[in-house]
Structures are given as structure tokens and as C-alpha cells.
Design a protein around this ligand. Sequence first.
Ligand SMILES: [Zn+2]
Length: 493
Amino acid sequence: MAENEMGLTVKKDEDFSEWYTQILNKADLSDIRFGIQGFIVQKPWAYMIIRKIYDYLEKEVEMQGHLPYRFPTVVKEKDLMKEEEHAGFTPEVFWVSEAGDKKIEERFALRPTGEAQIYPMYSLWFRSYRDLPFLAYQSRNSVFRNEMTTRPFIRGREFMFFESHNVYNEHQEALDQIKKDLETCDEVIKKKAKIPFYYFKRPQWDKFLGADDTFTPDTVMPDGKRNQLGSTHDLGTNFAKAYDIKIRAKDGKQQLAFQTCFGPGIWRIFAAMVGIHGDDNGLVLPFDFAPVQVVIVPIIFSKKKELTEKVLTMCKKLETDIRKMGYKVKLDDRDYESPGAKYNHWELKGVPMRLEVGPKEVDEKVVSLKLRTGGDKEKVNVSDLKKVIGSKALELDKEIEVRAQKYFKGNVREAKTLKELVKIMKEHRGFVKVPFCSVEMDGEKCEEEMKAETQGGRVCGTLYPKEDKVAKGQKCMVCGKEAKHMVYIAKSY
Ligand SMILES: [Zn+2]
């Protein structure tokens, strides 16, 4: 067995950071030895799961009427500077200023996000209210930011991206789309990937650069840090103004268009699946996401050739049959590994279901089935296999979902005073619900003070669309003024 295939040597609860590093390496998810900091190789086992996240997102947005576009990877400097707040991205961008041995006259950037490259084209495309609403998305590409600290699938200098960029006649249409973006997050992140999260409306001082409002699905990782799984933004007419996206309205008057953009964090969703579902033996994957859903392990201890043949013949037939049923199946017939080593290997990789076949199983026309989430080994008649794989897949998914929800609930606490908050942030981190004066700009002072006291706690925002009620007479835990909101505090990556 290769050295990097040996099991995890650290417990997730004891040292999550080291556990995460080990699982990326030992389950062969990424390689950080590419040689430029913050740029990694995404290995097949990770990339196949990531592609599945893309499949689901694309299906959801296309059902809403979004069409796929492919814009270049680069953006003009002039366009990047057009929206004053959005130009705040420029300290993070990589510039292309030379080609061969010549200086490029007008340097351009590797795109840090999509707005500045897409909206100049939008200003050419729309003339009348009849051209709207316009729903577009880009998928399976990447963006570049010069991050100082990087971590595979959490923060990179190049990372996987998905974005939708929409244009409307009315502001209400923008608000409706934000609700749909929330539904997309619910469907893909919560229902499919089994990652529980809160949907926050961000405080005014912590919005996307240039947006009127920012909404984010946030979960918590096992080290108690907030993991932002995406964002959707009400851009109002800010970008339309900067990029000159005007249309002739029904009444004949020229008006600025309203816009939203939505970006689920592909890598962050993957990191949450790894971190939240995984255990001390390795990855645990929801059935649909697993690159291999069923692994068949022949149990051969005898040296008798005839017996070996009998077992392998049945295993091969099972593999063909299960593939025909529509499942992703693999027969692990490596003759240089013991069954035990194979169990460990596929558990590390998070394969949901294992079928064991030995001489006894061949005689009885059964297989021994074991789920990655635990429970007893079960004997299943080969003739029932199709039905049983289907029902066991549901059982596994339910177990993953229940565990994740329990974990998430266990990471949400409440504090009434700053002292209580400081204590919780020291002992547990996670989300802490607190009374707070304001999520408008005047609340930022209180965040500053709270951030210093808690060594890095930030206001995530208020729950959306249904904000928590503030009890009568509640005071802001920092300044003591009347609390207008219940907000959630967390440290983040
Ligand atoms: Zn306050």
C-alpha cells in the first residue's frame, strides 16, 4: 500500500486543521506541489464531486430560464475601474502587462469576478424593456485573486467559479430572483449535498463591492469557523449606472436597468462536504455525489484456483449488472491487496456501499452489504440487489443529513452579554446569536469593538428571509442602546 493511502492518523474532533490536510492528501483530492502558491491541482476524486455540484446548479438555473455564456478569462483595466466601489478588487488582481518581450499598451487583468467584464457587453445588448428580463450564467471556469493565505478548496489564488448575471426592468424582479437564488441554494447545498446553513442578509458595512444588499448561505466548519458557501447580490442600478446599461421603458423614457448576480462557492461547498460529513476513517459522501457508489470486494483467502475463479466470475457479473442498473460501480480485483486494506481504502474515499463476495456468498447467491455510515453487515439476495441498493442509498443519505443537522444545531449558541460571547468564542466558536443595535452603517462601530474583544468575531448578518424577533427591552450587547436586530456572530476563514 502506498504511503499516502494509509489511514488518517488524527481525529477530526481533536485537530481539524491537520485532519483536513491529511484527508486532502490521503483520499487523493488535491496536490499542492504545483509550485506557485495558491494554485493547486484538483485530482479526479475531488473534481468528479465538484462536477456533480456544477451539474445540479446548472440544472436549477436553467429551469429558471438562465442561458449559458462563456466570457474570456481577462478583463480590461478601464472596465475594472468603472464602478467605484467594485474597483476595490484591484489590489487583489493579477495583471497581464507583457506579451513575449513586448509591453502590452493597455494592460488587462485575470478576472477576479465577472461583473466588470460582462456588464460592458450588456450595455451593448439591451435597448428596450422588451429585451428584459435577461438571465445568463457562466459555469465551470475560474477566477483569480492574489490571496495572501491559501488553503485547498477554501481559499485559492485561482478557484472554481459559477455565476449568474441578470438584468431586469423592475426592482421587484431583482428581489424575486434573490428568493429563487435562495431556493437554488436550498435545493443543491441543503437537499442534495446535505450541508445545513443559515441564509444571512449581510450588514451594510460588509456587502459585495458595489452592491446594495448581499445575501449569503453560511455554514460552520468543525473548527468552529464560518464557511461562506456562496452569495447573491441586489446590485440595484449601481452597475447599470457605471456600465451604462440603459433601456427604453414602456413609457418611452430611458431608464437604468436593475441587476442581480449570484455566485455559489463551488470550492466552499466541496470543502463543507469534506469537513462536515467526513469522519475519522475518511470521506463520507452523499450517494449521488460519490464518484464510485458501490464497490465490490472479492474475499479470497484460499489458494485454490477453482474457488478464486468462482468468486471473481460472480463479482464480474455483479459489476456488469449493477452498472446496467445505472449505478457507478467498481470491482476492486487487485490481487496484491488484502480485503482489509481494500475496506480501508474505499472507506477513506467515502464510497457509500461495499459488497463483499466470498465462496459462501457464491454458493448462497447473496452478497454481504455494508454502508459507509455504519450499521451491521447485511446479507442480500442477488435477485433483490437493485431494490436494496436504492433503499440503502436513501438510508445512507438520511443518516448523513441527520448527523449534519445535529452537528449544525450543536454549533449555534446564544449570548446576551459581550462577556458571554467572548467566553463562547473562546471555547466553541460556531454561530452565536446576539442582540445588536444596528445592521446599517452605524452598527459598524459596535462590530469593531466586538471584533477586538472576541479576537476576530464578525457580524454575519440577520437571518433571511425571516429575521429573528427581538424581545422587548433587549439591548445591544456592545453599546447598550436598544437592539433592533438579532444578529449572528462567527469567526471566518
Ligand atoms: Zn451597538
